[in-house]
Write a protein that binds this ligand. Structure first.
Ligand SMILES: Cc1cc2nc3c(=O)[nH]c(=O)nc-3n(C[C@H](O)[C@H](O)[C@H](O)COP(=O)(O)OP(=O)(O)OC[C@H]3O[C@@H](n4cnc5c(N)ncnc54)[C@H](O)[C@@H]3O)c2cc1C
Length: 380
């Protein structure tokens, strides 16, 4: 039987960051990942990582993202309104709002670091068959009948979490009824502003990561009328609509590469912990990709647990009690993103937009937003 203090199920960003944060405190971990080593090289996803997350990652020497492509502004625009809303690094007195990084680069950095620790084991291509626990230990059995025992388990196995289904920890669930497509476009314009553009039944996120290229997420229209990839980006169709909406702030020139499509859903676990199991990342909560918040909110939340867990493990407290006692109410961030996305694409969107615009003019609201989200608001 393999014994490690913490069993991490799922080798995505949250699983690897969790293992690394704990390993740096001397906690032994095993990461059990279903896919093969290097699976992240298949996709071309890019992430916008927020400044406070970068600071947490570098403070604990988990990974240094300071040298990557800087984001100076984030902007929201809607087709029917003349206003746009911008969040700027100047107002937050930070050098930037965050950085853009390709998933595979980040994953390589994390894995390379993890492989240097003798008290961390990484297992890829692992098919798991059972998870259970007694009052002191949690056990995971894989399909080759290898048994792993740990004092607690971090479930970081994504939005279709196997651990969640095994423990029958059902999520609250919302289906946007849309398809999201991702890829890379060529563009001209401000290469340090990320955009979310809402039109009647589509929403597009544009995240520049060089002077000419931007990652995009296109959401919509309804699942019944999914356009073929070619039609969605025909020169005279979608791009010109988008360019008109963006009013030449940035000009999309053409499609570079497709990455893939996935159904757009959001959800959240009913319980953040279950016995000796702690849910983190998309296994706990996943959301609409509005302004690329999923991983940022997940890491902010995970950081609170990961900063406290090593001491709990050393102190010999009853971990089950400790985990239950430390459940935090973190649903506001994810709920806000999802409700905002639904409202901005729903029939009440122009009211919502006006409310946001007027809200940003009120200093009290701006201050509150600054404090909570560390993002300053201003209207143009
Ligand atoms: C197109 C796109 C763009 C995004 N852009 C941004 C952005 O710009 N900024 C941002 O903050 N967020 C972004 N997000 C959200 C972000 O991707 C997720 O919040 C984040 O990746 C969650 O990481 P995770 O480790 O929790 O889950 P995942 O990345 O899903 O990792 C879960 C891992 O668990 C493994 N696994 C699953 N089941 C099992 C099992 N039974 N046994 C073992 N392993 C298992 C999977 O193989 C996977 O490797 C984006 C999401 C998408 C889809």
């Amino acid at each position: 039987m393999n014994y490690r203090e913490v069993l991490v199920v799922g080798g995505g960003i949250i699983g690897f960051v969790s293992a690394l944060r704990l390993a740096l405190e001397g906690v032994s971990c095993v990461v059990l990942e279903r896919k093969s080593l290097g699976y992240w090289n298949e996709g071309l996803r890019y992430f916008a990582v927020a400044q406070d997350v970068i600071q947490w990652l570098s403070h604990w020497k988990i990974v240094d993202l300071n040298g990557f492509w800087p984001i100076h502004n984030a902007a929201l625009r809607m087709d029917t309104m003349s206003n746009e809303i911008q969040f700027s690094c100047k107002q937050s007195e930070e050098p930037r709002l965050g950085v853009m990084i390709q998933e595979k680069v980040l994953m390589e950095m994390l894995v390379t670091r993890l492989q240097k620790f003798s008290h961390v084991s990484l297992f890829f291509s692992k098919n798991l068959q059972r998870i259970w626990s007694d009052s002191e230990y949690v056990y995971v059995l894989d399909k080759e009948n290898s048994l792993y025992r740990g004092r607690c388990c971090i479930a970081a196995d994504g939005n279709k979490s196997w651990v969640r289904s095994q423990l029958e920890n059902k999520p609250y669930y919302y289906d946007f009824g849309q398809i999201a497509s991702t890829g890379v476009v060529q563009f001209q314009g401000d290469a340090h502003t990320v955009w979310d553009f809402f039109s009647k039944d589509q929403c597009v996120g544009i995240l520049p990561f060089s002077y000419q290229q931007a990652a995009f997420i296109l959401m919509g229209s309804s699942r019944k009328t999914i356009p073929s990839q070619e039609n969605a980006f025909q020169k005279n169709g979608f791009f010109s609509l988008l360019n008109r909406g963006l009013r030449d702030k940035i000009k999309i020139l053409g499609l570079d590469r497709w990455d893939g499509q996935y159904p757009l859903t959001a959800g959240r676990c009913k319980y953040e912990t279950h016995g000796l199991v702690l849910f983190l990342g998309d296994a706990l909560e996943w959301m609409h990709p509005l302004m690329g918040q999923g991983m940022n909110l997940a890491l902010r939340y995970a950081s609170k647990w990961l900063d406290a867990l090593p001491e709990a493990l050393i102190s010999g407290v009853c971990l089950q009690k400790w985990l239950r006692g430390h459940r935090q109410k973190n649903w506001q961030g994810g709920l806000g993103v999802n409700v905002g996305a639904i409202a901005l694409q729903g029939t009440v969107r122009s009211c919502v937009w006006k409310a946001i615009t007027w809200g940003t003019l009120c200093p009290g609201v701006s201050k509150w937003c600054l404090k909570r989200g560390r993002i300053p608001f201003r209207t143009l």
